[in-house]
Ligand binder design. Structure first.
Ligand code: FES
Length: 134
């Protein structure tokens, strides 16, 4: 579900928030306010004036890194070389704060991610499979 208005021909930075079998599951990660995290991200999108979109997805695959959030660049960010960043272990308020700070600054291709958030990046599952075949 997308909770922000898209600007035609100029897609905003977008967060894909995994909410499959493990991400967002209180039995797997009981110490995390999963609903609160998603609410904060959606509120930020609603306040962004169309510069941020948030959607949820079913399992993206790398359940061992739950909660997974994929930060996708805006059209401008992609034009400047930004690529999707897969963030794993997004279980605490610090992770959510840093994701929101990064996308508020422009996200991939526009702004450098917070150094501590960068430590949570991992290769996209397709890239991992491709790298293993080499
Ligand atoms: S449930 Fe999120 S990666 Fe599987």
């Amino acid at each position: 579900m997308t909770s922000a208005i898209r600007t035609f021909g100029n897609r905003p930075c977008a967060l894909t928030v995994c909410r499959g079998c493990c991400c967002g599951d209180v039995r797997k990660h009981p110490g995390t306010d999963h609903a609160g995290q998603l609410a904060r991200l959606r509120e930020a999108a609603a306040r962004s004036g169309g510069r941020l979109a948030v959607r949820t997805s079913d399992c993206l695959g790398p359940c061992g890194q739950a909660n997974v959030v994929v930060v996708q660049p805006s059209t401008e960010g992609r034009r400047r070389g930004g690529r999707a960043a897969w963030v794993g272990w997004a279980l605490d308020d610090d992770s959510t704060d840093e994701i929101l700070a990064w996308v508020a600054a422009g996200g991939p291709g526009i702004a450098k991610p917070p150094a501590t958030l960068e430590l949570q990046f991992f290769p996209a599952p397709v890239e991992s499979r491709t790298a293993k075949k080499r």
